[in-house]
Design a protein. Structure first.
Length: 255
């Protein structure tokens, strides 16, 4: 009986430690992505949310003084995104899709309806975005239809919200109209470039040679210390990808 009581106490202690560790990691993650890597502009807030079944990185980028905000790739979980926007008193000026795949556009309508923000995408992915519900069904999932874009962006355009400034880089190859967003020592690459990999090129509108060419021309020309925030998975740097990415380093065999 004493042994059973001891085991019970041990299990309770272990459970407490596991819960405490999980809560600690969660709190640390929230702090990290709210305050870490504000880049050269110290009045900027960057928040990352991982949304939807395909674990898309949705980024909330805000000018801390004016509260003007850009939301990048609101793919799902609209209410979670909106809660952060409300809690922090943010004013969403733009919703920007790095490309039109369903997992990156699924919360467009809910966020646009709630905030009145302008929806931006490259024209090359307009039809892809319009087909988001059909795309999702092909993967056995469901996605809300997106409204049409208010404005198409192209290579070289600059998106501003308060002191936040993002330059549009056309990085096709994962999709025809894929873009990356450069500013404040950071680049948001959507599904073009990942930590240790690159995006798929076997989906409609994808092409491996185009993807590699656009990454090398528009991303690998950035400074090594440029932080890379990807559409899925962890952040990285241009320098790390230049040296370590098997698709991009000197040993890759890809031209």
């Amino acid at each position: 009986m004493a042994k059973s009581d001891t085991e019970t106490r041990r299990q309770r202690v272990n459970y407490f430690l596991i819960v405490f560790a999980a809560l600690s990691v969660s709190v640390w993650s929230i702090w990290l992505f709210t305050h870490y890597d504000r880049g050269k502009n110290k009045d900027m807030v960057l928040i990352r949310l991982v949304v939807g079944p395909l674990q898309v990185n949705c980024f909330i980028l805000a000018d801390e003084k004016t509260k003007e905000t850009v939301v990048i790739d609101p793919g799902d979980d609209a209410q979670e995104i909106l809660k952060i926007i409300k809690d922090k008193g943010l004013k969403v000026k733009y919703l920007v899709n790095t490309h039109g795949h369903f997992d990156h556009v699924g919360a467009n309508k809910a966020l646009k309806d709630a905030t009145g923000a302008e929806l931006l995408i490259h024209e090359g992915d307009a039809q892809l975005m319009a087909a988001a519900p059909k795309q999702s069904r092909a993967f056995g999932m469901s996605s809300a239809a997106s409204p049409n874009a208010d404005r198409y962006v192209k290579h070289g355009d600059v998106i501003t919200a308060g002191e936040v400034s993002l330059k549009v880089l056309h990085t096709p190859g994962h999709s025809t109209g894929g873009i990356s967003l450069l500013g404040q020592g950071m680049v948001f690459t959507g599904d073009a470039l990942f930590a240790g990999s690159i995006g798929r090129s076997d989906l409609p509108g994808g092409d491996l040679k185009t993807l590699l060419r656009s990454i090398k021309a528009n991303l690998m020309t950035l400074p090594d210390d440029t932080r890379v925030f990807c559409g899925h998975g962890p952040a990285t740097t241009i320098g790390d990808e230049r040296n370590e990415n098997p698709f991009l380093n000197k040993e890759s065999g890809f031209e």
